[in-house]
Design a binder for this molecule. Structure first.
Ligand SMILES: [Zn+2]
Ligand SMILES: [Zn+2]
Length: 204
């Protein structure tokens, strides 16, 4: 399964430029099998998400969220909980909420805003970190790999696409046979992930 775990839509992200249907169609056209919507502070309503999944099957659209905590952006997957839709998270509280709710916690685009990671991931390690994305500085790759090795974090490749021409340039390849969200999350946790980044963006 080819999956991008970090996609925004104009429908719920003020900074998004493409509609959710434009993002889905671009992902299908790029050969992906699934995406997560990770709009800022908002989940996709579950009945609407079910309609989209029905309309675009066998393509999968899963429900995630992006929130900011202690100066860093985090993605939460696998935990559809309106309590996550808060704008005033501190990172230890977010960490506890995700651990209590069984979600998968990702540090998005490290070193995008600061020369150091401002949330205390040493004390509260997330599950994964975005090694590649449009907003992860390529110059930080060695440092990100070192952090991931030290803290036991999975490495990921996602677009953070706010517009549809970006879909397909970064994604994760999960083992054949992964065909529902539980299997996606199990593969991520097990580190059964092959990272893809397009030659178009590999050298920037
Ligand atoms: Zn945004
Ligand atoms: Zn984002």
């Amino acid at each position: 399964m080819k999956i991008d775990l970090h996609v925004h839509t104009r429908d719920r992200s003020p900074c998004g430029r493409a509609t959710e249907e434009e993002q889905i169609r671009a992902a299908v056209a790029a050969g992906l099998d699934a995406i997560y919507f990770t709009d800022h502070y908002h989940f996709c309503p579950s009945t609407h998400l079910a309609e989209l999944n029905q309309r675009y099957a066998p393509f999968f659209i899963f429900n995630g969220i992006e929130v900011t905590a202690d100066g860093e952006d985090f993605l939460v997957l696998g935990q559809f909980d309106p309590a996550l839709e808060r704008v005033d998270w501190d990172y230890p509280a977010l960490y506890q909420c995700v651990r209590g709710g069984g979600g998968f916690l990702i540090l998005a685009h490290p070193y995008r805003y600061h020369t150091a990671i401002t949330a205390d991931i040493e004390q509260y390690p997330p599950d994964a970190i975005e090694l590649h994305s449009y907003n992860t500085p390529p110059s930080a790759e060695a440092e990100i790999r070192a952090i991931a090795a030290r803290l036991g974090l999975r490495l990921l490749s996602n677009t953070d696409a706010h517009s549809s021409e970006r879909l397909g340039n970064y994604y994760n390849i999960l083992p054949d046979g992964v065909c529902d969200e539980a299997a996606v999350l199990a593969s991520l946790r097990a580190g059964q992930i092959e990272l893809f980044q397009s030659d178009l963006v590999a050298v920037r």
